[in-house]
Ligand binder design. Structure first.
Ligand SMILES: Nc1ncnc2c1ncn2[C@@H]1O[C@H](COP(=O)(O)OP(=O)(O)OP(=O)(O)O)[C@@H](O)[C@H]1O
Ligand SMILES: [Mg+2]
Length: 355
């Protein structure tokens, strides 16, 4: 089946694993895999039972001998073996089962991770069957390429990424990251805060999947007129019995804004370190937001208000990193020097931050 492309861009996220192939001319790539970064293991036989959405459907419902494992934490590998198994499985899926040729892989990692963490990602993807060397690209650079930010000119662009476990802001220019800042916050903490609020205010315990559903149904970063309501079922903390509560979107706003404040800080300190020559471009063009948590309604209005710059959400916010990583494989001659270094003491990104 030579029909399948051998070039893969991978976004190994805290909550989702995405694999993309580049389009014929760079643009127009496709997402082949978009699955929860999760497996279920049988404790009896130490065996993977299910991966991706099959595993995710068991969260909160699995019997005692089955453990549900999310092997990424805050954007970095937490369980190396599980990550390798997941990569092997989904890279195999993306290249086709009968394909014996190892795929060329570009995998994205957060800009702020250590060398050891970077090496773990590279090792995992190579062990999982990628052609050596596998390339590492900083998340914000991949996101910018994937979202179609023009890169060949020397104008700076501010790119924000709001993920599940990590958020980053970076100024990119000429296929490189000029300055960046990252924080271990994202959609997962938003969900935790929502759950915490329901517990505190309504004396009701809800599970993580319920809190996530509530966030999707009634999560807003800014108060709205005529706010939607959502009914949740949980366990009363006093009686231990099931109870339903109706939550109005505006109740949740302060909890959500509290998390977004960290992202505002991250963006501010990125801007503070942005070289003056690029600052004008950045203020003009504003920030392009990527990542799944950019879908939180009102996030653009909230950030525009806090930061005083225009905010746009990328059309392909969730997919930009994987697509950008795939596209970067087609432009190795230009992007290559800006990729995360093979074995250096400081990353390419760090050494650039003072430009
Ligand atoms: N419509 C939506 N409203 C609110 N939050 C959303 C929406 N869609 C996705 N999210 C949140 O976005 C997050 C997932 O984003 P994304 O897939 O970019 O993260 P990731 O790449 O897995 O994580 P990271 O980049 O932090 O390692 C989840 O926390 C999810 O709840
Ligand atoms: Mg991500």
């Amino acid at each position: 089946m030579v029909f399948f492309s051998k070039k893969l861009g991978i976004d190994l996220g805290t909550s989702r694993l995405r694999v993309a192939v580049p389009g014929p001319s760079g643009r127009g790539g496709r997402i082949l895999v978009d699955e929860p970064t999760m497996v279920t293991l049988s404790r009896l036989e130490d065996r993977v039972l299910a991966a991706g959405s099959d595993a995710a459907s068991m969260v909160g419902r699995a019997p005692e001998h089955v453990s549900v494992i999310s092997p990424m934490r805050e954007g970095v590998i937490d369980d190396y073996q599980i990550v390798e198994a997941l990569l092997r499985y989904y890279m195999g899926f993306a290249t086709g089962r009968f394909n014996l040729v190892r795929p060329e892989v570009m995998i994205a990692t957060p800009a702020g991770v250590t060398n050891v963490e970077q090496r773990a990602v590279r090792d995992a993807v190579e062990q999982a069957g990628a052609r050596r060397p596998a390339y590492l690209i900083a998340n914000p650079l991949a996101a910018a390429i994937g979202a179609g930010v023009p890169m060949s000119d020397a104008r700076g662009a501010l790119v924000g990424s709001l993920g599940a476990g990590r958020s980053e802001a970076a100024v990119v220019s000429m296929y490189g990251v000029v300055v960046w800042e990252s924080a271990r916050v994202g959609g997962q903490i938003v969900t935790e805060q929502v759950s915490e609020y329901v517990k505190r205010r309504h004396n009701l315990l809800i599970g993580e999947p319920t809190a996530e559903e509530l966030k999707f149904a009634a999560g807003f970063a800014m108060p709205v007129e005529d706010p939607p309501r959502a009914e949740v079922r949980g366990r009363d903390r006093s009686t231990g019995m099931p109870r339903n509560v109706t939550i109005t979107a505006n109740e949740l706003v302060p909890s959500i804004q509290q998390v977004l404040e960290s992202f505002v800080d991250v963006t501010r300190s990125t801007l503070e370190r942005t070289p003056p020559e690029l600052m004008a471009d950045v203020i003009d063009r504003g920030m392009l937001l990527t990542g799944g948590a950019a879908r939180l309604r009102g996030v653009d209005t909230y950030l525009a208000e806090q930061l005083g710059i225009p905010i746009a959400i990328a059309d392909n916010a969730e997919d930009a990193v994987a697509l950008g990583a795939a596209e970067a494989l087609l432009n190795l001659d230009i992007v290559g020097p800006n990729l995360l270094a093979q074995e250096s003491a400081t990353t390419a990104v760090e050494s650039r931050s003072g430009r």
